[in-house]
Design a protein around this ligand. Structure first.
Ligand code: GDD
Ligand code: MG
Length: 266
């Protein structure tokens, strides 16, 4: 049967997560879904046994493969590499560390068949992010979301769990897409030529806790994010409108101050 759906997983040193992700994903897709879906890991030369793990799963009959890059590193460019190599028309990106539940993938594909772009959201009734998140992470996350408001109506523009129809990616000049920005979903939502007036599909999901391996993202992603926002504001509103960027900075500072005041007043 021809491949209609592709799941792309950027992965760096994620060997221990590969098997549970693969088995849970194909179990969630069921027999019919599994026949038309491929799973692609895009690994940046982890050399931790990920390749051998994927080969073992492939021998067991799972439609899974791994692309190993030796000339480039980075989450966003890995996702794009997987998208361009994928054979399906419906493409989903998810993390390797099971923070994005494989059981939510079928729903995201369903949404993607009705919408050109679909996003997993952690900001919906009944779902949430880790309740133990420290205050400073909440402040950073909320301000980052606020700053993306002028670019998208998405409830969770920081989400890394998302999907798109490949035809819209192919209509966009690859040189237009910043493959080094922090948030590739935000980049694509802002730049793909999605049909005028089309709605974004949103699927609520609970952001899980990583149990194997470590997060790869460091403090420098904040700088990368601000640079990406600046570029996207200029793309969407024109360079003259840097004013808008300044307003967002003011919002950020006021919000951070109000959270600090709440913290101090207890
Ligand atoms: N190939 C490749 N993969 C990478 C790289 N850096 C990170 N990854 C992979 O990208 C995924 C996310 O990385 P984490 O290190 O787990 O990130 P996080 O801090 O949990 O951040 C996540 O949270 C955000 C939500 O705010 C998400 O938007 C983001 O995608 C990421 O999921 C994981 O599968 C990880 O292996 C890289 O340089 N190269
Ligand atoms: Mg993670």
């Amino acid at each position: 049967m021809p491949i209609e759906q592709s799941v792309i997983v950027p992965a760096y040193k994620e060997k221990l997560n590969i098997k549970p992700l693969t088995t849970r994903l194909f179990a969630a897709l069921g027999n019919d879904g599994s026949r038309t879906t491929e799973l692609i890991f895009v690994d940046d030369n982890s050399r931790d046994g990920s390749v051998e793990e994927v080969e073992r799963l492939e021998k067991q009959g799972y439609n899974v493969r791994i692309i190993v890059r030796t000339d480039e590193r980075g989450l966003s460019s890995a996702v794009l590499k997987g998208f361009y190599e994928a054979r399906g028309e419906y493409l989903i990106c998810m993390d390797a560390d099971l923070q994005h539940p494989p059981e939510s993938v079928p729903l995201l594909f369903q949404s993607l068949k009705k919408h050109p772009f679909a996003l997993g959201t952690r900001y919906a009734p009944g779902v949430g992010i880790d309740k133990d998140w420290p205050l400073h992470r909440r402040v950073i996350s909320t301000t980052a979301r606020l700053m993306a408001r002028p670019l998208t109506t998405a409830s969770d523009p920081m989400s890394g769990f998302f999907g798109l129809q490949k035809q819209y990616l192919l209509q966009c000049d690859p040189k237009e897409i910043n493959s080094h920005g922090f948030k590739i979903a935000l980049e694509l939502m802002a730049k793909l030529p999605l049909p005028e007036g089309s709605r974004l599909g949103e699927i609520p999901f609970s952001f899980g806790v990583r149990t194997e391996g470590e997060s790869k993202l460091s403090g420098k992603v904040i700088i990368q994010y601000l640079q990406q926002l600046k570029e996207l504001y200029a793309y969407k509103y024109g360079l003259g409108n840097i004013f808008l960027f300044i307003i967002c900075w003011v919002v950020l500072v006021l919000y951070a101050l109000s959270e600090l005041v709440k913290l101090v007043l207890g």
